[in-house]
Ligand binder design. Structure first.
Ligand code: ZN
Length: 287
């Protein structure tokens, strides 16, 4: 069932666990994540970046693929199809294409502009029953070859955005996209506590879930994080497994060159990563 992320995140917040957002890149990714969620009876959010959307031949293709799989694989757990770090234009395109959840990332704008653009989306999403994620305080990561140690959001700005009526809020608490750099000082729980105190009930989102130590993720969930985004980790485990298959020469044995065989170890690796993450997030059996 393709649903808004609102209900699953409110339940997660109340139950002190988090729902995983796993980004998809193609058919294999989507299938593996859906199968694992179903097997573990966990609600799940499929994240689609604008780049991945383009790669998969546009948002209509993505919606068609996900809906087709939900039907074909008899997926009964709640699934949200979510635009990750969308621009304003991207958000509109995904709403039109039938996404059930949108992230509008206005964190690189001055707060006034972020407020204005987020406001414009709140009503539309509300009417259509689509969940909306907003972001305050850019989430660090490697951009143009420069990697930062992670920024922190201003709790007062978080409150302004939360009060617009968004469904969930991503706020920088020292987290970073991609691999964490040497000497990363860790999540800023003091900032997270302050934000939580200021915004109240709003489910919070932790981006950059790859490589944050397990105990830190659990602590963040205890402090109000209800959604954790995972992307890089599935990419790393998928590629390592496919590399091993080829390095072991399995593609040269029999019909080992069949792409379905080549990608199969990668798929198993994604499933394992998703399972490990869901165990940490505590969302298994919560569908
Ligand atoms: Zn992110």
């Amino acid at each position: 069932m393709l649903v808004s992320a609102k209900e699953m995140l409110n339940k997660a917040r109340d139950g002190h666990y988090a729902v995983g957002q796993f980004n998809i890149n193609n058919l294999e990714w989507t299938k593996c994540i859906l199968q694992t969620a179903e097997e573990l009876k966990a609600p799940v959010i499929l994240g689609v970046s604008e780049g991945a959307g383009k790669y998969m031949c546009g948002y209509d293709t993505v919606v068609g693929m996900v809906k087709g799989m939900i039907k074909c694989l008899n997926i009964t757990v709640p699934v949200a199809l979510h635009l990750d770090h969308g621009t304003f234009e991207g958000a509109k395109a995904c709403i039109n294409a039938g996404f059930s959840s949108i992230m509008f990332d206005g964190s690189h704008y001055p707060i006034e502009e972020n407020l204005k653009l987020t406001t414009a989306l709140v009503n539309t999403c509300d009417i259509l029953g689509i969940s909306l994620e907003a972001e305050v305080g850019a989430i660090g990561g490697e951009e143009d070859g420069v990697s930062s140690m992670g920024e922190c959001a201003d709790p007062a700005e978080c409150k302004m955005i939360a009060d617009l009526g968004v469904t969930m809020l991503a706020a920088g608490i020292g987290n970073i996209h991609g691999k964490y750099p040497e000497g990363w000082p860790g999540l800023r729980f003091d900032v997270l506590e302050n934000i939580k105190k200021t915004v109240g009930d709003m489910p919070l989102v932790l981006h950059g879930g790859t490589g944050i130590p397990e105990d830190m993720v659990k602590k963040a969930i205890n402090l109000g994080v209800a959604k954790v985004n995972v992307n890089t980790e599935c990419q790393i485990s998928f590629t390592a497994a496919v590399r091993k298959y080829i390095e072991d020469g399995k593609d040269l044995q029999g019909k080992g060159f069949d792409p379905r065989k080549v990608l199969a170890p990668g798929c198993e690796a994604i499933k394992e990563t998703v399972r490990e993450k869901m165990e940490i997030f505590g969302c298994i059996g919560k569908a």
